[in-house]
Design a protein. Sequence first.
Length: 202
Amino acid sequence: MELLAPVLQAIGLFMATNIDDIIVLSLFFARGAGIRGTTAKIIAGQYLGFGAILVASVLVSLGAATFLPEDAIAYFGLIPLALGLYAAWKAWRGDDDDDDDDDEKVAGKSISVWTVAGVTFANGGDNIGVYVPVFVTVGTGAIIAYSIVFLILVAVLVLLAKFVATRKPIAEVLERWEHVLFPLVLIGLGVVILVEGGAFGL
């Protein structure tokens, strides 16, 4: 039961930070339609790219937890808070339409394991900024739980992207909700970390 909360939190966090990957992966599936081995290459590439993101997040969080004073850890909540506010500001201004950006990420790229991995890692900068504050503030058991859930959901993400690739209306709905869900989750996460850690005397 102690791990239930981290598991549920991990599911919500993964969904919020990776919904946009469904669009990018679905474009890869569209480009590789009818080519044998496309699904296997995309799955392998997604695991390599996301695995690198996860390893980087864990290493940075371990370094922060080791070398920073305990009182400073709570202020890591400012990172997801700032990312969330920035994402909300972009959505409000109408600057968060990533259709062209997603097309550019995939355009001219053949379907290979390393191509998918590279695009996944390059698209995951925000993920590291979000995962590190969470990992810094939880115990080792929770980090392991988060990592296991994330790795399971990577396969779900790829299969969902394959499904979406042939159903454009679903992709449009996911993209529309991502603009709302992503900033809300990040802002909420940042506030929770700041409050639970007692930052600014909270």
